[in-house]
Design a protein around this ligand. Structure first.
Ligand code: ADP
Length: 264
């Protein structure tokens, strides 16, 4: 609590009482703390690849450049770490845009055909799942499904979920993209046959920078922001995202979106 005290004086300047005003600043303080945590985490995440870049560049300048094989190895590391920083900055920018109320207010929701969005996300990521010999099956249970959404942001959600499924599913694994309609909603599920998520971690995976296994997911190239962004977008679209998972069996993310009456 923040407390303000003011004396209440009488006509003869005698103190007749004290006016006390209590301000509940818990929520404000919490928001402030969360923002500070976020900045600390973001800086730390950016500093890690930067330290590696600087270290390997220094080693090259100190003489490793003379050895062609070593040089190539170090330059590749520098390139990959710069890539990681780039992905992180892009994700931070997406979050910043989505967090701005002004931006959210001007977003225009429209009738979006689901099948083309899923097809485009599958297509965009084809080099990755093909490289791992994985199969991505796409199936809509009814024809012509449309939701009230935003095509680019909806695609971003599917890309984030599909990227995770590819990352956390072994070679030759199976991934399914399914969509269907219920009485009042459009549902989209991204299901994989991957490593799964332990029950104790499930409530935390949508938090910014939360990773189940820091070492493993860092090498997989993640920023720790993919699911936070996905949840943010789905809720901005008036929908809901849920997850079910079993370790070593697989994971299903299910998105529910409002129906759109008119087709585009
Ligand atoms: P990252 O960039 O690390 O993948 P995300 O926010 O996308 O970050 O996901 C948070 C964490 O949730 C991941 O680090 C991973 O541990 C876990 N996770 C997300 N999707 C899956 C999945 N399909 N299978 C297994 N684990 C997953």
């Amino acid at each position: 609590f923040q407390v303000f005290l003011a004396p209440i004086t009488g006509s003869e300047n005698d103190i007749g009482g004290v006016l006390s005003v209590f301000h509940d600043i818990t929520t404000l303080q919490e928001i402030h703390d969360r923002q500070a945590d976020f900045v600390t985490n973001a800086s730390h995440e950016l500093a890690t690849p930067l330290t590696a870049i600087k270290g390997f560049a220094e080693t090259l300048l100190d003489g490793a450049l003379e050895q062609p094989e070593l040089s190539e190895k170090f330059i590749r590391i520098i390139h990959d770490e710069a890539d990681r920083m780039h992905r992180l900055i892009n994700d931070l920018l997406k979050l910043a845009r989505l967090s701005a109320q002004e931006y959210r207010e001007q977003i225009h929701l429209e009738a979006v055909a689901i099948l083309p969005v899923l097809t485009a996300a599958k297509q965009d990521l084809s080099p990755r799942w093909q490289q791992k010999n994985q199969t991505v099956i796409l199936k809509c249970k009814q024809e012509g499904l449309t939701a009230l959404a935003h095509p680019d942001w909806l695609k971003q959600v599917i890309v984030n979920l599909l990227e995770n499924s590819i990352k956390y599913t072994p070679e030759a694994g199976k991934i399914q993209l399914t969509c269907w309609q219920t009485d009042s909603q459009i549902k989209i599920a991204v299901q994989d046959s991957g490593i799964g998520i332990p029950a104790k971690d499930l409530p935390l995976i949508f938090d910014r920078f939360y990773r189940v296994d820091k070492a493993r997911t860092r090498t997989a190239g993640g920023t720790g922001l993919g699911l936070a962004i996905a949840k943010f977008i789905v809720e901005m679209l008036g929908g809901h995202i849920a997850v079910e998972s079993k370790v070593d069996v697989g994971t299903i993310f299910t998105i529910s979106l409002p129906l759109s009456e008119n087709r585009p």
